[in-house]
Design a protein around this ligand. Sequence first.
Ligand SMILES: Nc1ncnc2c1ncn2[C@@H]1O[C@H](COP(=O)(O)OP(=O)(O)O)[C@@H](O)[C@H]1O
Ligand SMILES: [Mg+2]
Length: 326
Amino acid sequence: MIKMPWTILREKGIVGMNQRNAQFISQFNERKYYPIVDDKRTTKKEAIKAGIPVPELYGTIETEHDIQNFESIVTDREDFVIKPANGSGGNGIVVIAGRAHNGMFRKANDMVVSTGELHHHISNILSGMHSLGGSADACIIEYRVKFDPVFEHISFRGVPDIRTVVFRGIPVMAMVRLPTRESDGRANLHQGAVGAGVDLETGLTRRGVWKNQIIDNHPDTGVSIKGHDIPHWEKILLMASRCYEIAKLGYMGVDIVLDRERGPMMLEINARPGLNIQMSNREGLAPMLDQIMAANKFPDSAEERVALSLELVRKRKQAVAAAKRS
Ligand SMILES: Nc1ncnc2c1ncn2[C@@H]1O[C@H](COP(=O)(O)OP(=O)(O)O)[C@@H](O)[C@H]1O
Ligand SMILES: [Mg+2]
């Protein structure tokens, strides 16, 4: 964690772990809806039903015996992604970026792996080694999203993802997470990715955080991560807001990636989104959450919820500017 004096944290409205759990997660997230987001197979099914684009599922492996189907699932595929259905934080995800010699596979970081190693990895996924709670899991094999050229110089061989925190269906804060050499094709901060805040109103990137330090340039490419215009920004906000309709969780984080041909796609929904999004934006969640808590009417359509979000963001910006002047 970046150390900030308590007064600055309070002024900026930084929400802490206890407050998040007590005030938001336990009050606004009903347990009965967790299975929809905790299993990525279910999230995918529900998204498809709702017309929200997701990476195509090539196959699932659910038992040790089924591991022999791996080759036939990927037979015509140059590249793909292997992940645990109940995983989190990028754990257990292997991004295969292409084929190598002698039937080997090339990972996002250029390391080569054999079929045997991937079988072993899948077996570990099934045992629950990478999953929530450590109980037995299933393995998903899906389309590898190809990142949009806009990210070429601020991402190291992996697809960045846009995390939006959505409160009662209204987007409240966003960041883009940029893979690094260390994160090996994954955009999770715990794997070593960079988090850069995004201005909700404009879709422009802000400064970033990497391993708890504030940074301006991508650690591998050296290119400034500030001021990039995220394509399809309105569509992304709309998609994040629409996810509320499938997940029905009052407080959630939605991960969206941009495919260079297919546009925005939803990767997953988190019922317990991390708080480091505040560090990436150098802004607390509380001012937006409080404004929404105080509201008593909520629009039904995602379009109206996004419009409300932008209105609240503008109000907040005006309040901050006024406080600075006085
Ligand atoms: N289909 C995919 N194509 C390309 N990269 C992916 C794909 N799925 C996941 N990733 C990478 O791995 C990261 C974590 O994936 P995600 O599905 O959100 O799982 P987790 O629950 O572990 O965070 C993503 O942010 C992205 O960078
Ligand atoms: Mg994720």
